[in-house]
Write a protein that binds this ligand. Structure first.
Ligand SMILES: CC(C)(COP(=O)(O)OP(=O)(O)OC[C@H]1O[C@@H](n2cnc3c(N)ncnc32)[C@H](O)[C@@H]1OP(=O)(O)O)[C@@H](O)C(=O)NCCC(=O)NCCS
Length: 180
């Protein structure tokens, strides 16, 4: 018997001007909740003039909202930025980052969103590598990345300063030719 594929629980969509207040509130919470994305940074305000003209993405970085498919509730954000492994454009990669609202965690949304983000970046750009790095203690993110088709590559020692100390990060990546 063939199994019917499960309908996706979340989709990714562009940020619009109507989302500006929500995006600022999510960023404020992220920078004050003591979690793995809390760097104690001052909350930044969204440039509404830019957002009125275009989505929050260009050839250097981008942000999409993670939206539940059944009720269109925004449950988090996924962002990316270009990183360089050599002087030529072919050696650029995308580094992604994710943050789900606390009530939306642990339901598989992070796995789906990180899979969708790599699919989206491979479809819409020519880069060869989508990567994510996370604290060695962030076991939920490590598991979520593995389930989303990213491969664990190694540890970058003392790479990230957060909460008053340097932290080791685990690097994960999905290459264009990797199975989704
Ligand atoms: C990390 C995050 C994106 C994961 O998304 P999620 O939707 O919560 O996670 P998922 O439900 O897709 O998968 C989590 C997996 O980790 C497992 N897990 C959760 N906590 C765990 C723990 N403490 N130890 C081991 N495994 C754990 C879950 O059981 C699940 O695996 P399973 O399906 O095999 O049971 C989300 O929790 C989040 O936004 N957290 C806060 C911000 C953050 O840490 N972002 C990443 C920073 S680099």
């Amino acid at each position: 018997m063939t199994e019917t594929p499960r309908a996706p629980s979340v989709r990714l969509r562009d940020v619009t001007l109507a989302d500006a207040d929500l995006l600022e509130a999510m960023a404020r919470r992220e920078q004050t909740d003591g979690g793995f994305n809390d760097f104690g940074l001052a909350p930044h305000s969204i440039d509404r003039d830019v957002l009125a003209r275009r989505p929050l993405r260009d050839d250097q970085n981008g942000t999409l909202l993670i939206e539940r498919t059944d009720d269109a509730t925004v449950v988090g954000t996924i962002s990316w930025r270009r990183v360089r492994y050599g002087p030529n454009r072919e050696s650029d990669a995308w580094m992604i980052g994710i943050d789900l609202e606390p009530g939306a965690r642990g339901r598989g949304y992070g796995t789906e969103a990180q899979r969708l983000a790599a699919d989206y970046l491979f479809e819409t750009t020519s880069l060869h590598r989508v990567e994510a790095s996370t604290d060695v203690d962030n076991l939920a993110e490590q598991r979520s990345l593995e389930k989303a088709g990213y491969t664990r590559e190694g540890v970058n020692r003392g790479a990230q300063f957060r909460a008053g100390a340097y932290h080791d990060l685990v690097m994960y990546a999905r290459l264009r030719e990797d199975p989704a």
